[in-house]
Design a protein around this ligand. Structure first.
Ligand code: NAP
Length: 510
């Protein structure tokens, strides 16, 4: 986040736009007047725009707007809320190409993947629109005669949504659509690397008909905007996706106020390749999972756990294919792998590759920033990298790198593979390649991750199933599917006694 000390009203230049916060249905500059720039990671000379560098005063204004909107929105019938949600999904679909291009420019992923990111927003909007007509509770027999028993979901109130840059449309959509359909109102703080995507998103939400104040967006740093949202006594539920260290800090601070908190954190996802695997299929799945989105997916494969008997054959093919992946700006159709998000990410990846080789791994391919290539010199590019001979407890096999670096760990048989797959503090996604049905079913049961794939890569979740991780990847909540409704609703149990006399539950029927 590069801060610019200009007043946005005066500082706007002709060649790139200035955006404020979206509060109470209107755009407003930060109260301090400060701004920051968002730049294209494939060419940092390309400034996308200036955005409000907000602080607690702007957060307070957004929360006030949300408070005002809450009574009207929570009393709007859920099917009506669903109609607005559906209109939003349709607008996202209509503007998919424009949003995808803006996303590629702002965070670097190749266009096809950016379109997929927007499509996830469309999918969740349609799914949640349908929830407006479902949102099932239970009706259940009472233990007493002439008595009705049922449960309903109710909104929690104001939802603080804090999101990362790697899925700048999909993740805000996943969270906001579940929050809104259930009758909550939202204050969104998007990542400082992707404020433009958030601005485009909220414009469409406004156009779809979400009433003013139901969706508010405040841009700025984690400390100055994210933390005031977490600390506010008026924000009742926090949904956060990001790295583990930030998530833990948010958990601790939110817990002091007994907030509902949903955390989706890092991963160290593994693909196990058994001796009987279809290696051609495995190579495709591994390459896509490890180097798609430049390895910057929470579900990206960063460990291949391969049976020693097929390890040389697998590594040979992976290296051959990885070395031929073409780096470049995501907007170009010839590009397979786009840039990393920023210079810190580039540094982090390079450092981890050094750590890996110092720990004894063999650099099988890659291992260098590519800024020396003239065409890429202004972007944060790093070659797809494979480290072979990594040991299960090495740092590169344990810590999230979040870049195009794949560690190959060699094992003997399924038992050892399962132990290694499960041998990290994370538990988001895993996969097994095998042609043996029994082994596949054992893995489905044994792998300690929220998502398990069989004969497919570790990425590619579908929005009607729950999404999230076990162990250090989160705190047990799930996004997407109807599981997402649990984050944003309170259960209320309702009893109606129509017997016309006093019936004492737990006493009369003893
Ligand atoms: P991050 O640094 O934790 O940032 C995530 C969000 O939190 C950003 O909006 C950030 O704001 C904000 N933030 C930072 N410090 C904060 C603080 N002290 N208080 C409140 N908010 C704060 O994570 P990231 O680097 O953007 O994202 C990558 C991480 O997300 C990876 O670990 C990845 O695995 C994880 N991820 C997980 C999932 C999942 O579903 N499990 C999905 C996608 C990504 P600024 O941008 O202003 O710093």
């Amino acid at each position: 986040m590069t801060e610019v000390a200009a007043n946005p009203a005066e500082g706007a230049r002709d060649d790139f736009p200035t955006f404020g916060n979206f509060i109470g249905g209107e755009w407003r500059p930060a109260e301090s007047g400060r701004t920051f720039e968002s730049r294209n990671p494939a060419d940092t000379r390309d400034v996308i725009g200036r955005f409000a560098a907000s602080d607690a005063a702007d957060v307070a204004a957004a929360i006030r707007a949300a408070e005002e909107a809450l009574p009207g929105w929570r009393s709007t019938p859920a099917p009506k809320r669903g109609e607005i949600m559906y209109a939003f999904g349709a607008l996202l679909a209509e503007h998919k190409e424009r949003l995808a291009r803006a996303m590629t420019r702002e965070m670097g992923k190749v266009l096809a993947e950016a379109r997929g990111d927007v499509q996830e927003g469309v999918d969740i909007a349609y799914l949640m629109a349908g929830e407006g007509r479902r949102m099932f509770g239970d009706t259940t027999p009472s233990e007493l005669p002439n008595k009705w028993a049922m449960s309903i979901r109710q909104p929690i109130g104001i939802a603080g949504i804090i999101t990362p840059w790697n899925f700048p449309i999909a993740i805000p959509c996943w969270k906001m659509s579940a929050a809104l359909i259930t009758g909550n109102v939202v204050v969104l703080k998007p990542a400082s690397d992707t404020p433009h995507c958030a601005a485009l998103l909220v414009e469409l939400m406004h156009e779809a008909g979400f009433p003013q104040g139901t969706v508010n967006v405040v841009t700025g740093s984690g400390e100055e905007v994210g933390m005031p949202i977490v600390e506010s006594p008026d924000v009742n539920v926090i949904s956060f996706t990001g790295n583990g260290a930030t998530g833990r800090e948010i958990y601790v601070r939110g817990a002091r106020r007994l907030k509902r908190l949903s955390l989706e954190l890092g991963g160290k996802n593994a693909i196990a390749v058994m001796a009987d695997a279809d290696l051609d299929l495995a190579v495709e799945g591994i390459l896509w999972s490890a180097f798609g989105t430049t390895g910057q997916r929470c579900t990206a494969c960063s460990r291949v756990v391969v049976d020693e008997t097929v390890a040389d054959a697998l590594v040979g093919r992976l290296v051959d294919r990885a070395a031929r992946l073409r780096l470049g700006p995501g907007v170009e159709s010839t590009t397979d792998v786009g840039p990393l998000i920023n210079s810190e990410a580039l540094k982090k990846v390079a450092t981890y590759v050094e750590v890996g080789t110092e720990e004894g791994a063999r650099l099988a391919t890659g291992g260098e920033p590519t800024s020396d290539l003239a065409a890429l010199e202004h972007g944060h590019f790093y070659s797809p990298t494979i480290l072979d001979g990594v040991r299960p407890m090495d740092r590169v096999a344990q810590e999230e790198i979040f870049g195009p670096v794949l560690s190959v760990i060699r094992v003997h048989g399924y038992e050892e593979a399962a132990m290694v797959v499960n041998g990290t503090r994370y538990g988001l996604s895993s996969s097994i390649y095998t042609t043996d049905t029994n082994t596949a079913f054992r893995a489905m049961n044994d792998f300690a991750t929220g998502i398990v794939y069989v004969n497919a890569g570790t990425i590619g979740a579908e929005t009607h199933l729950p999404f999230g991780g076990m162990k250090g990847t989160g705190n047990g909540h799930r996004e997407a599917g109807h599981a997402a409704l649990d984050t944003f609703t309170e259960w209320k149990s309702i009893y109606v006694d129509y017997s016309g006399r006093l019936q004492r539950a737990q006493i009369d029927n003893q």
